[in-house]
Design a protein around this ligand. Sequence first.
Ligand SMILES: CCCCCCCC(=O)SCCNC(=O)CCNC(=O)[C@H](O)C(C)(C)COP(=O)(O)OP(=O)(O)OC[C@H]1O[C@@H](n2cnc3c(N)ncnc32)[C@H](O)[C@@H]1OP(=O)(O)O
Length: 227
Amino acid sequence: MSEQTGADAARNVSADREISADGAGDDYEHHGGFPVYEPVKAGPNYGTFVETFRRLQDLMVSTHAPDDVIDRAIEQTEALVELLAPYEVPEGRSPAGFNVELPGRGSALLLPWKIEKFGEDGVRERGMFRRYHLGGNGAAHGGTLPLLFDDLFGMVIHANGRPIARTGYLHVNYRKITPIETELVVDGWVDRVEGRKAYCKAELRDLDGNLLADSEALMIQLLPGQQ
Ligand SMILES: CCCCCCCC(=O)SCCNC(=O)CCNC(=O)[C@H](O)C(C)(C)COP(=O)(O)OP(=O)(O)OC[C@H]1O[C@@H](n2cnc3c(N)ncnc32)[C@H](O)[C@@H]1OP(=O)(O)O
């Protein structure tokens, strides 16, 4: 059995399919009208940076601080904005989203889940919905599940060796309450392919194997030039 972790496998697949900056030697149809991205490697403390912000996001929605504390928080946040703003870069040049060994690949937008398996037969991720993702009464906000599934399906397409695709539709069945702050597992795979259309499926389960939600999506391969 391979000792490769899911993140290793994801990194290796990306490296195998790495393409030169001008796209030379690459089947252009592989990436439709997408620019050619070179993965941007995160520095050693980037994961801590993102995790600290995630903690801040949790606190943003779970505190009721006095006005003077809010005033100090504004000051300190403004100082952070001033610190980071000079380093703003165009799409594709930030480590956010490119680092498969980090939860949510290092993007604060994505759910902080880690890749456990990354193969042609599917992708598995493990993680939690956090306080930031609360909908009501202990359950994850219903809008956060499509985010998890949609990003997973993008990975499923990549892991399956298919050209870049966009989501045509995404359907979610909410079967049971999805709790926050509880470790969960999601599995996604390509169910069938019809030309440009890949029909994908996914299941979100708790660690007792209970099905919390499942999803089906149509991922449509981009044509050359399609954004
Ligand atoms: C860096 C990696 C990015 C990874 C992306 C991650 C996933 C995402 O979140 S993508 C963002 C969300 N999705 C979008 O914004 C997509 C917006 N839509 C589009 O851009 C276009 O509709 C696009 C490109 C998907 C397809 O357009 P187009 O090439 O004109 O395809 P079109 O001819 O209409 O449809 C192709 C086939 O799919 C079918 N189809 C298209 N949409 C649907 C739908 N919603 N339901 C059912 N079938 C559909 C069509 O009927 C057609 O089938 P057939 O070939 O059998 O006749």
